[in-house]
Design a protein around this ligand. Sequence first.
Ligand code: ZN
Length: 175
Amino acid sequence: MSGLKCSGCGGSIRYHGIPNGVQYTVFPLKNWEKIISTVYDPNNERIHEEWKVPGPYLYRADTIWEDFEEDYFEVWVCPYCGTIAVFDDSKIHVKSVYTPANENIAVDKRAEKFVVFSDYDWEKIEDSLIPVSEIPNKFKSSYYAMANSNYVWLFHSQSKSDCFKVYKRIVIAAE
Ligand SMILES: [Zn+2]
């Protein structure tokens, strides 16, 4: 996906793999905890032709996108109005859209937790060759998030008192 019409304001959003503040990489917290506790095996580095061969693998920061491709999804944030488009597992189709909420909605304590990396922060991780277990010591996630079917809350830390932004889900027409 390299271009998208924003469901919120109609603006065109572009992303071509170079960080520009548009794309965010999002892991459910439970997946992220699994990834960063994965054992690093330096003797099992895969080569390109062996992608289909089952592991064990070299679980390293620069191969996380393929080693754990089922464990994360991508979202785009409109640079004009802040609307969030959430891509499905194919990372091509938008499955839901959230727009900045004006109301101050209390955090749903049962909402699912997520770890969020901006494209700038994610590029730094993917450019490093460290075992995934060292990521938390060397890189901080850009944001934390919680989401239920209606709202997304963004946080600067894992503390619920650090909520700084709320988004509300909007209905989009099926493509
Ligand atoms: Zn927009």
